[in-house]
Design a protein around this ligand. Structure first.
Ligand code: PEP
Ligand code: MG
Length: 576
């Protein structure tokens, strides 16, 4: 029977495909005692799960998709080896006998033991195999429960599959990037959580805050995802399915039409140039930046380089990553943001106490400044990359003048170190700050004096202005970019920066929302940075805009307190 679930759309468009339910099984091993008389049965159950897992690997190997990366076969071989090793296939049997416990618990005990040994290994390559062990264990766990294989699984994924998860971390989404899902659905999460930001960067219609989705949706069930409306239709009727297929086709045609604007100059009807840049998370994203014809990279979220790995990238590795991006951009500017970790973006090995308010804690530049050694490594790597093209350095979440001074002092130390080593860099590299905290917006002068440019991070600015956790779906409905307080802060920052001649960009999610393009232009913004997939749609909006006619209305919107009136005025602004 067909039914609909409502959530929060995090990326527009329509996806149609079959559900693939995702669970974090290894966290959920139960423990119970097995009577002596049933130990043999429990051993047989464990053996059967191992055999089933082995068969799954064999099937995977026989059906490697032609588009799969070459490493995929080697990856299956490694998993097969791990499975066949006695540490996983035999030792848990001994534990079942000794402890008289269920097979899941025995497997969990043995996994914990193995993982602690991995942590002590010096060799980075071997240490990284820890993730492989975990994936094999997950698969055996699922077999023990009689459930189908875990994610990621390239054969299970694919363009017609829709991943349904309780919650996904930004690192999870990043890992699933290569698996080509048609869509991501999560039970938790808000529209501007970092998870949503990454999902949007994949340009996949996705919906968050779908409470109980995993208990309502069955494995393999047909789903329609309307990311624009934030709606999922489960087991749709043939007529509804046909309608949505048609709509999906129309959206694709629209996209193709937009591609024609790739090399068109972004200029308003009255001749004002607008710079449209792109946001990236990883060096590979540059291909999409090129496809979109963006004028540069306005935000490189470098913290994603630090995720899904056991050890942090060293200076050389970071330098290579930054240089690859800079060279691929062939002279166009690349704004590299120093790592913005903490809050909802964490990395393995960065164990921190659970905090009541992580978004208000040691994150972003605050964290960098408490770890000068780690910060220096990144600064040196970025500086070295600046020798290979146009690089700008961006500091996340500044809130006070002291942070700027300390950061500039750190940059000076990194420069000295490179001079001492005889390594080259752009001595005049521009250093900018992100305006994401209301205090920074209100005390802008403090920053325009010391910094070369500003970039407004509206995702956090809205979170901190409205006191709404951007990852908490319970308050997601209150997250409002058009709240008068938010618009006032934006107007303040844009006009303050323009007055002092400090270049200012906006790189939060608002920059890629075509419904807001005219409003932002009217408030004086001339530089936008967004997901590559949005650049052409925003360019189309710029090309249709007459600045002189939107300016007045945009300023008037600053005085509107009523939400409904604001909606009507926005419609007027966007009319024609
Ligand atoms: C922002 O806060 O708007 C921003 C661009 O940074 P991030 O989303 O990475 O926090
Ligand atoms: Mg931010």
């Amino acid at each position: 029977m067909s039914f609909t679930i409502h959530g929060t759309g995090i990326c527009g468009g329509i996806a149609i495909g079959q559900a693939l339910l995702h669970s974090h099984t290894r966290l959920e091993a139960g423990h119970y005692q097995i009577p002596q008389s049933q130990i043999e049965d429990e051993l047989a159950r464990f053996d059967a799960a191992v055999t089933k897992t082995r068969r799954e690997f064999e099937t995977l190997r026989e059906n490697i998709p032609s588009k799969a990366p070459p490493e995929f076969e080697a990856f299956i071989d490694v998993h097969m080896m791990i499975l066949n090793d006695s540490t996983l296939s035999a030792v848990p049997r001994k534990i079942i006998e000794r402890e008289r416990c269920n097979a899941e618990w025995a497997l969990k005990l043995q996994t914990d033991e193995l993982l602690s040994q991995f942590d002590a290994i010096e060799d980075a390559y071997l240490r990284e195999r820890k993730a492989d062990v975990l994936q094999v264990v997950e698969r055996i766990m699922l077999s023990l429960r009689g459930q189908p294989g875990y994610v990621p699984d390239l054969t299970a994924a694919g363009q017609s599959r829709i991943l349904v998860a309780h919650d996904l971390s930004p690192a999870d989404v990043l890992q699933f990037k290569q698996h080509q899902f048609a869509s991501f659905l999560t039970e938790l999460g808000g529209a501007t959580s970092h998870t949503a930001v990454v999902a949007r960067s994949l340009n996949l219609p996705s919906v968050a805050s779908l409470h109980h989705a995993r208990s309502l949706i069955r494995e393999d069930e047909m789903l329609i995802v309307d990311g624009t409306q934030g709606v999922v239709i489960v087991d749709p009727d043939p007529q509804v399915l046909a309608d949505y297929r048609l709509r999906r086709h129309q959206i694709e045609l629209e996209r193709q039409k937009l591609r024609r604007l790739r090399s068109t100059r972004a200029v308003t009807l009255d001749g004002v140039d607008v710079e449209l840049h792109a946001n990236i998370e990883l060096p590979d994203d540059v291909a999409e930046v090129d496809e979109a014809g963006a004028a540069g990279i306005g935000l490189f979220r470098t913290e994603f380089l630090f995720m899904n790995r056991d050890s942090l990238p060293n200076e050389e590795e970071q330098f290579e990553a930054y240089r690859a991006v800079v060279e691929a951009m062939r002279g166009r500017p690349v704004t590299i943001r120093t790592y913005d970790l903490g809050s909802d973006k964490n990395i393995d090995g960065m164990e921190r106490p659970l905090l009541q308010n992580p978004a208000l804690g040691l994150r972003a530049i605050r964290l960098c400044l408490t770890e000068p050694q780690r910060f220096q490594i990144q600064l040196r790597a970025i500086l070295r990359a600046s020798h290979h093209g146009k690089v700008r350095l961006l500091i996340p979440m500044i809130s006070g003048a002291a942070e700027v001074e300390q950061t500039l002092a750190q940059v000076a130390i990194a420069k000295q170190a490179l001079v001492a080593r005889g390594q080259q860099f752009d001595a005049g590299i521009e250093v900018g700050g992100m305006i994401e905290v209301p205090a920074a917006a209100l005390a802008l002068r403090m920053f325009t004096r010391k910094l070369d440019f500003l970039s407004i991070g509206t995702n956090d600015l809205i979170q901190y202005t409205l006191a709404i956790d951007r990852t908490d779906d319970a308050v997601a409905h209150l997250y409002d970019p058009l709240h008068p307080a938010v618009l006032h802060l934006l107007a303040l920052v844009i006009s303050g920066a323009n007055r002092t001649g400090t270049p200012v960009a906006l790189c939060g999610e608002m920059a890629g929302d075509v419904k807001l393009t005219r409003l932002l232009l009217g408030l004086g913004l001339r530089e936008f940075s967004m997901h590559p997939a949005q650049v052409l749609a925003v360019k189309q909006e710029v090309l249709r805009t007459n600045l002189s006619s939107v300016r007045l209305l945009a300023r008037r919107m600053l005085r509107v307190a009523d939400r409904e009136r604001m909606r009507v005025m926005l419609e007027r602004l966007n009319a024609d």
